[in-house]
Design a binder for this molecule. Structure first.
Ligand code: PLP
Length: 380
């Protein structure tokens, strides 16, 4: 039973077929020739992804991962000493490390907006911090990796638009789980991976770059021959579209797999997925919360498909191994994944279960029964 969709979803059959088909073509024709033969389908990646998040194909750049998309976006911002990055206490671990790295190299200041008592960022406090600091960048992880929290990214986006602040959203866990509309969110940049709730292949993701950002001339630090034209020996010109944020070399089979995944998600229906997936998680969360020895850790006004909890009397690895032995896929998170959140919750680890729309209610109930059996048995 696959309850690790926040790690990696199960690829849909058309995704696998698109990739295998292209790899065969590369072996038959040659890699460059195969890409040329499938140029139209490759363009389909941009069209499908754009349709998924409500933008134009020219606003989409392929990336090898969400982290790669995020660091490429960050590299485009000309940070100076004293610039403020305003973020939250629940932003993704690698993003937090990147902010610390920017602080080390450029002397930027990192400001974390406080949370409301019920969990999730305090939007009013964030608004005050925006006015106080005029941050160079506001950045929020829509759904963190280590809890079910869904952050109010559109409310924050409205403030950023009002105050004309650059806004980067990490939608790695929400793309494919909820309908995403970059216009409604009001972001300048948005990053995602394709392997999770979108059910695409590993090693793939994308970056949305708004027209505002493109027109303002932002470009990644290490722009290459695909993102720029070398127009004379001492000068290059960035290309006009989000291709500015891409590299020349592409894993074409993965790009085609992602196109198939985005198409598949839209065919299934993002509204239906966005209703069913969190509802399955809520069923799981509520049932787990009723078990003795279990502490469910998800806090927030809105909760998504990531269900996290700790188990009395168990160490993390043996507990996960016991779940594996029952053929239930899950994932562990540790304190160092979420220094603020796990510090506040005073836990060192949690087990994460993340259903997707293809899981059944019966599977959810079986998982709950398995956890109940393990807690009753204890670690011995
Ligand atoms: C919220 C969030 N952001 C970013 C990432 C990084 O994604 P990737 O592994 O594709 O770089 C993850 C991965 O778990 C994530 O959960």
């Amino acid at each position: 039973m696959h309850f690790n969709n926040a790690g990696c979803g199960l690829m849909a059959a058309p995704v696998l077929a698109a990739m295998v088909d292209h790899l065969r073509l590369e072996a038959d024709l040659g890699g460059y020739e195969a890409a040329a033969a499938r140029a139209e389908q490759v363009r389909g990646f941009y069209a499908e992804t754009a349709a998924l998040i409500n933008c134009a194909p020219e606003n989409i750049a392929f990336a090898g991962s969400a982290t790669h998309a995020f660091s490429t976006a960050l590299s485009a911002i000309p940070f100076e000493a004293g610039d403020v990055i305003l973020t939250t206490r629940n932003d993704f671990i690698s993003n937090q490390i990147a902010f610390l790295s920017l602080r080390k190299r450029f002397g930027v200041r990192i400001v974390h907006a406080p949370d409301v008592p019920e969990g999730g960022v305090d939007v009013a406090a964030m608004a005050a911090l925006m006015r106080l600091h005029r941050p160079r960048l506001v950045t929020v992880t829509h759904i963190p990796t280590n809890s079910g929290l869904v952050q109010p990214v559109a409310e924050i986006g409205r403030l950023c638009r009002e105050l004309d602040l650059l806004y980067l959203v990490d939608a790695c866990q929400s793309v494919g789980q909820y309908p995403i509309d970059v216009e409604e969110i009001g972001c300048d940049l948005l990053t995602a991976t394709c392997r999770k709730f979108l059910r695409g292949p590993r090693g793939s993701g994308f970056l949305y770059v708004s027209d505002r950002v493109l027109r303002a001339g932002y470009e990644p630090l290490f722009i290459d021959m695909y993102g720029a034209r070398w127009v004379e020996p001492g000068r290059y010109e960035p290309v006009e579209t989000a291709a500015r944020f891409e590299d020349w070399e592409f894993p074409y089979a993965l790009v085609l797999g992602c196109a198939a995944a985005a198409r598949y998600a839209r065919e299934v229906g993002m509204d239906a997925i966005g209703r069913r997936t969190p509802a399955l998680a809520a069923r799981l969360r509520d049932a787990l919360a009723g078990l003795p020895g279990i502490r469910v850790l998800d806090h927030g006004r809105r909760l998504g498909a990531l269900v996290t909890f700790v188990v009395d009397g168990w160490e993390p690895e043996p507990f996960k191994a016991a779940m594996d032995a029952r053929r239930i896929n899950s994932a562990l998170s540790f304190r160092h994944f979420a220094q603020f959140d796990f510090g506040d919750k005073d836990v060192d680890w949690c087990l994460r279960l993340s259903p997707h729309y293809y899981n059944t209610e019966q599977e959810v109930d079986e998982v709950v029964a398995a956890v109940a059996g393990l807690t009753a048995a204890g670690s011995s």
